[in-house]
Design a protein around this ligand. Sequence first.
Ligand code: TEU
Ligand code: CA
Length: 557
Amino acid sequence: MTENNWWKKSVVYQVYPRSYQDSNGDGIGDLPGLTSRLPYIKDLGADVIWLNPIYKSPDKDNGYDISDYRSIQPTYGTMDDFETMLQKAHVLGLKIMMDLVVNHTSDQNKWFQESRKSKDNPYRDYYVWRDPVDGHEPNNWGSYFNGSVWKFDEQTGQYYLHLFAEGQPDLNWENPKVRDEVWNVMRFWLDKGVDGFRMDVINLISKPAGLPDGKKLPDEKYADVGKVVADGPRLNEFLQEMNQKVLSKYDVMTVGEMPDSTPEDAIKYTGLDSHELNMVFQFDHVGLSGNPDKRLGKWYDAPVKLTELKHSLSKWETGLNGKGWNSLYWNNHDQPRAVSRFATDNPKYRTKAAKMLGTTLHMMQGTPYVYEGEELGMTNVHYTKLSQYEDLESLNAYHEFVEDEKIVDKDSMLKYLSARSRDNARTPMQWDENKNAGFSSAKPWFELNPNYQEINARDQIEDKNSVFSYYKKLIELRHNSDLIVYGEYELLDPEDEKVFSYKRRYNGQTLLVISNFTDQKLTRDYGQEKGQLLIGNYDDDLNMEIRPYESKVYIFK
Ligand code: TEU
Ligand code: CA
């Protein structure tokens, strides 16, 4: 049997539909808008589009709370609009990967509406219901979005489980009927011709038997639920069932989002013999530089140390080599903008810095993901007021830590939100310098980043020195090189706090990648004088000299 691995050679472009392109002047991105921009994505060179959820939803968590898995959110368009988009994408040779959100549904989903009616409702066991313990929540788990994971429901006097927001009750995967429902939802979309799924928090679906308390520090209100629930006892079994019953019948690509997973876990799920998923999204590198006050978790504004970043990415490169497959990403709709977070958005350097980050990631082993606007070097939005935020994770965290628990002062928390809020990723796409950045004829649903006059697609498509043109080259290089796709990775100088350099080796060829993460002029010798320059973000090459945010790639044949 030949290995069908088109997904190993692909580059994925992520579209957050709400912020991509509005077509009907209501200020919200939509499917016809995306359809009109497919040629742009094709021009960039991407092979696959990962589309964030477009299903019917009350939008408490921007589509990650689904009320009907088989219909399209009316603000995004109709099923016809979806099918037109899919068909046009296929004509252009672009594949469409859907978001599959099945750890939880919306509380407006028909299943949950039935489930909460009575203890003997046929849908009761679709969700996780528990009696109060001594008048309290059944255990000490804390929600990803703050507060307890348990919500008391008056009607039947029991609590239901929600790892995320209250409006996102967790499905009970122990119930075989739930699994069958999920398989049917998957078949519904696969039979329409979609090319794969990105599976939302898929490593959280199997809860440990008895739902035991998690470990917590004395001054912590709740236990970190990820540590108790991730990689649960029946996860392998559920994913194998999914593969046997559904995935194996289609030629599709799958990526499982797996917070708290390790390379060892990932090998279990993406391993060559396990027949489960093609790859996972791991969280190690985006989890670095959290607050030393553990109660605040990700909320902090210190930059990440380069040595830690290198260690983290390298652990996955070497850990999965020959055993599983990596996904490569700097950012997505849940993360701040890469250039602001890992390099600099200072206008003096940001173009160089964005290209440097692109080079560092795109020369690694794995399938690269480009988040909309990353290919332009879009930056964090730098909000200063709480009223500018929209995302419930940010708002909940502010209310809990500043107002309820008073463990951080207002100004610090605003700085942390500005550095880390998911809203940084969700400002509308910057298409041109016109009013509303070409995103919409009306006021956008969410404030634009004011820098769209300086950073926009129209300028960059024409400019051969733009971040966009550079990403195009990076993608083209990968498409034409087995060395870039398959080569074995080796980190150089792990203790170097300023330069990220590594080698890739394949069939007697070697690639050398050198990236300066500082604004200083440095000198480094990795033997590059004997190599041939493949790509770099400066006009010329000074060999041993490595200028601010310079990145260059050499090949040795
Ligand atoms: O995110 C999973 C997840 O773990 C989030 O808590 C994420 O880590 C957080 O936003 C970063 O602080 C997925 C989706 O990508 C996210 O948009 C959803 O809100 C979440 O699941 C619930 O469906
Ligand atoms: Ca619209």
